[in-house]
Design a protein around this ligand. Structure first.
Ligand code: XLS
Ligand code: NI
Ligand code: NI
Length: 436
C-alpha cells in the first residue's frame, strides 16, 4: 500500500538525552509505572477532526496546512486517503486509538439516507484498514453542531424536525461505532444550550435532552452495543451557555433523568478552563462520583478566552491529571484522546507528528511524577491527617451521621473554638515541585 505520510518515520523511545525530534524522550510504552505499562495507563488516541481535517482554519482565515492529499478533489477519494492517513500516522506514533465524528470521515448528503450511504462506504473501508493496521476506535460521535439545521441546537432544538433528524443521525453513529468495535460513544452538546434566554424555554429543552439520551440508552441496549456512553462537559462556545457546563452540572442532570448508571464523562482540559475550573477539579469531581470515563487531552491559553485546543505540554497540569487518573484506578474503557490542533503557523506533517510526541512525552512525565507523589505518600497522608478529627469523638458521630443539631449545640456551647490547623498550601506546592 502506498504510504500517505512517507516522510514520517516510525517513532520509538530514545530516552531523555536524545536530540532527535522524531523520537520519544520519556514515553516508553512498555516501561512499567506502578506495576502497569505506560501504554496501558494512557490508551492514547488521535482526533480525526483536528489531525486529518481542520488544517489551521480560524474565524479570520482559511487552511494553512500543507497535506499530502491537497491535490485530491473527489470527496470520497479524499475521505479514503485521510482514513488511511490516520491509521498510518497513529501506527507510526504508537498511538493505539483514534476518534471521529460521523461527518468528519465521510461526505454529508442532502438527506440522512444519502449521508448514511456515504458513511457506510467509508466504514467498510475503515474495517479493511483495521485488518492492516493495529489502530482501534476509542470512540465515535455525531457532529450535531456544524450544519445550519443545528443552529438552534439538536436535542434542544425548538424544531421537532431537527430533533428527529438528530435522533436518526445519532442512531446511525452508534451503529457504526459498534460496527468498528468502538470502546465508547461520546455525546458533546455542541449547541445544546442557548444564545439568549429571551427566546428559550429552558425546562422544555432540558426535558427533551433527557429524553433524547434515554432513547439513546434504549437503543444501545437494543442493538447490544457494550461500549461506554460518555458526556463531554463544556460551558460555552459555540453557544453562550451549554447545559453540559461542567462535571457537577452533568452529575445533577444525569440523576434527574435516570441516566447516572449509563453515562460517564469525557473530560477535556480546555473545557475545564472555560468553566473556570482546573482540570484536576473536573477529574476529581468525576472520580469521586464514579463517572470518570475518558479524557480529551489538550490545553488552553490563559490569556485567550476560547477553546484553543493546544497540544498538552504543561507538566504541572499533566501531573495533576495523572494524579487523579491513578487514584481512579486508570481510565478503564476510556483513554487520553488528543483533542488538540496545531497552531495555525505550524503547517507541516512533521509538526503534526512532533505535536503528538510532545503530548505523549508530557503525559509520561506527568505519570512518573504523579506515581512518585503517591509512592512518597506525604501529600495524600497530609490530606488524610487533615480530617483526622472525624475518626473519633464528636467527629466520628458526624461521620457516622449519629448526631443532630441539638447534640452538636450541646457539645459546642461552652467550648472556646478558635482557628484550626494551617492548610500549609505553600509547603504542599513546594512538595509537588520536588517531583517535577
Ligand atoms: C469541542 C469538543 C469536541 C468533542 C467531540 O470543543 O471538544 O471536539 O470532543 O464532539
Ligand atoms: Ni473534546
Ligand atoms: Ni474542545
Amino acid at each position: 500500500m502506498k504510504q500517505v505520510f512517507p516522510t514520517i518515520p516510525d517513532i520509538a523511545y530514545e530516552g531523555p538525552d536524545s536530540r532527535n525530534p522524531m523520537a520519544f524522550h520519556y514515553y516508553d510504552p512498555e516501561r512499567k509505572i506502578g506495576g502497569k505499562p505506560m501504554k496501558d495507563h494512557f490508551r492514547f488516541s488521535m482526533a480525526y477532526w483536528h489531525s486529518m481535517n481542520g488544517g489551521g482554519v480560524d474565524p479570520f482565515g482559511t487552511v494553512t496546512a500543507i497535506r499530502p492529499w491537497d491535490h485530491i478533489t473527489d470527496p470520497m477519494e479524499l475521505a479514503k486517503v485521510k482514513m488511511q492517513g490516520i491509521f498510518e500516522l497513529t501506527t507510526k506514533l504508537q498511538i493505539p486509538f483514534f476518534c471521529f465524528h460521523d461527518r468528519d470521515i465521510a461526505p454529508d448528503g442532502p438527506t440522512l439516507r444519502d449521508a448514511n450511504r456515504n458513511l457506510d462506504e467509508i466504514i467498510a473501508h475503515t474495517k479493511d484498514l483495521m485488518k492492516d493496521y493495529p489502530t482501534r476506535l476509542l470512540w465515535g460521535t455525531a457532529r450535531l453542531f456544524f450544519h445550519p439545521r443545528y443552529m438552534n441546537g439538536a436535542a434542544t432544538s425548538p424544531d421537532p424536525a431537527v430533533y428527529a433528524y438528530a435522533a436518526g443521525q445519532v442512531k446511525k453513529a452508534i451503529e457504526v461505532t459498534k460496527e468498528l468495535g468502538g470502546a465508547n460513544y461520546v455525546f458533546w452538546g455542541g449547541r445544546e444550550g442557548y444564545e439568549t434566554l429571551l427566546n428559550t424555554d429552558m425546562q422544555r429543552e432540558l426535558d427533551n435532552l433527557g429524553f433524547f439520551l434515554n432513547m439513546a440508552v434504549d437503543y444501545k441496549k437494543k442493538i447490544g452495543f457494550d461500549g461506554q456512553f460518555l458526556i463531554e462537559p463544556k460551558p460555552m462556545e459555540p453557544t453562550k451557555h451549554q447545559y453540559d457546563a461542567d462535571s457537577g452540572a452533568i452529575w445533577g442532570f444525569l440523576q434527574e433523568y435516570g441516566l447516572d448508571k449509563d453515562f460517564k464523562l469525557n473530560i477535556e482540559t480546555n473545557h475545564a478552563t472555560l468553566a473556570g475550573h482546573t482540570i484536576q477539579h473536573e477529574l476529581m469531581y468525576a472520580r469521586i462520583k464514579g463517572i470518570l470515563g475518558s479524557v480529551d487531552a489538550n490545553q488552553g491559553d490563559t490569556l485567550l478566552g476560547w477553546d484553543t485546543d493546544q497540544f498538552p505540554t504543561d507538566l504541572y497540569v499533566t501531573t495533576s491529571m495523572m494524579y487523579e487518573i491513578l487514584q481512579n484506578g486508570g481510565l478503564h474503557s476510556g483513554g487520553l484522546n488528543f483533542d488538540a490542533k496545531l497552531r495555525r503557523p505550524s503547517t507541516t506533517v512533521e509538526d503534526l507528528a512532533q505535536a503528538h510526541i510532545v503530548g505523549m512525552d508530557s503525559f509520561a512525565r506527568g505519570l512518573m511524577a504523579a506515581q512518585a507523589i503517591l509512592d512518597d505518600g506525604e501529600l495524600p497522608g497530609f490530606v488524610e491527617e487533615r480530617y483526622r478529627g472525624y475518626r473519633s469523638d464528636i467527629g466520628r458521630k458526624i461521620a457516622d451521621k449519629q448526631t443532630s443539631f441539638a447534640d452538636l449545640e450541646e457539645w459546642a456551647i461552652d467550648r472556646q473554638i478558635d482557628r484550626t490547623d494551617s492548610g500549609r498550601q505553600e509547603y504542599l506546592e513546594s512538595l509537588v515541585n520536588r517531583f517535577l
